[in-house]
Design a protein around this ligand. Structure first.
Ligand SMILES: NC(=O)c1ccc[n+]([C@@H]2O[C@H](COP(=O)([O-])OP(=O)(O)OC[C@H]3O[C@@H](n4cnc5c(N)ncnc54)[C@H](OP(=O)(O)O)[C@@H]3O)[C@@H](O)[C@H]2O)c1
Length: 282
């Protein structure tokens, strides 16, 4: 089985690489720094019958994303799973104080690059019998996240994109899901502490402090969920946003009917009627 993981040098991506490698997958690991990619692959070591490859490239540049696709196609006979894990916190602070180039870069890395990779790999997946795409969601996808407008916009966009793409690709045996990993003690969250309360705001800062002192979500548990979505264990599950912290996804295969005939675990508008407000009915 063949899988490409972006952002595989640190944080969750590195844990995902280890997890998939241990479970017998051939991998392409990508991130910007070739030296760090080499360190990650040497730590993983050799495993018989599996291949371990790296592609250094910066998702902030569309031509580099295109090169990643071309190189990946020359390394594998097919791609079973694409994990769009790479992400940046991006510009922090109120929108009008954000540099426009930084805001755009956050959208490019967190939204446009994953969309480009999906668009480029889907025809290949179609030709070779299907596949699974896992996109990493994040804070701001399901509610406002003040002082992180670029990140929140990108992640909300990525979730709705994934829901839409899931419908388009269903007839071809390609599934698309999003994972909300929960707060993890990684460099990305460390940036919130570095920026301080002035840019990030009291709430975000206190939250990051709490995660750093208490440890945050178990990345191994997130990796279990991503592996579940990568394999046939989750067949028929598509177009969903799944929380690694709050959702009992292990039991979902027994509830496929309800999952597939309702809008549970998707982004939707909440109305006054839903909340039982007396004025909510027309
Ligand atoms: N940490 C959290 O609390 C949290 C919460 C919710 C969602 N998430 C999401 O989970 C995913 C993983 O986050 P993380 O916390 O593990 O992040 P992280 O520790 O900061 O690692 C980010 C990874 O992405 C790569 N990367 C960054 N910029 C890149 C670029 N321009 N081009 C290519 N690769 C790039 C980094 O490698 P290089 O720097 O070497 O390129 C690194 O491997 C992200 O999508 C994030 O939005 C995280």
């Amino acid at each position: 089985m063949y899988c490409l993981i972006t952002g595989a040098t640190r944080g969750l991506g590195k844990v995902l690489a280890g997890h998939f490698w241990q479970h017998g997958w051939s991998l392409i690991l990508s991130a910007r720094d070739q030296n760090v990619l080499n360190q990650v692959t040497s730590a993983l070591g050799d495993r018989q019958g599996q291949s371990l490859n790296t592609i250094a490239g910066d998702l902030a540049y569309p031509d580099e994303v295109e090169r990643i696709v071309k190189t990946a196609k020359s390394m594998f006979p097919r791609l079973d799973v694409l994990i769009n894990n790479a992400g940046i916190q991006g510009t922090i602070g109120p929108l009008w104080e954000n540099k426009w180039e930084d805001w755009q870069k956050t959208i490019q890395v967190n939204l446009l690059a994953p969309v480009f990779l999906c668009r480029a790999f889907i025809p290949w997946m179609k030709e070779t019998g299907g596949g699974s795409i896992v996109n990493l969601s994040g804070g701001g996808a399901t509610g406002p996240r003040a002082n992180f407008s670029a990140y929140a916009t990108a992640k909300a966009g990525l979730v709705r994109f994934s829901e839409t793409l899931a419908e388009e690709t269903k007839p071809f045996g390609i599934r698309v899901n999003c994972v909300a990993p929960g707060a993890m003690k990684t460099d990305m969250l460390g940036e919130v502490l570095q920026k301080g309360t002035a840019a990030a705001g009291e709430r975000e800062f206190a939250h990051a402090q709490k995660v750093f002192s208490e440890g945050g979500t178990s990345m191994d548990h997130v990796a279990d969920l991503v592996l579940f979505l990568a394999t046939d264990a989750s067949k028929e599950i598509t177009g969903k946003l799944i929380s690694a912290v709050w959702d009992n996804w292990e039991e979902w295969p027994q509830h496929l009917d309800e999952l597939n005939t309702s809008d549970v675990y998707t982004l939707r508008r909440i109305t006054g009627r839903d909340k039982g407000f007396s004025w909510g009915d027309k």
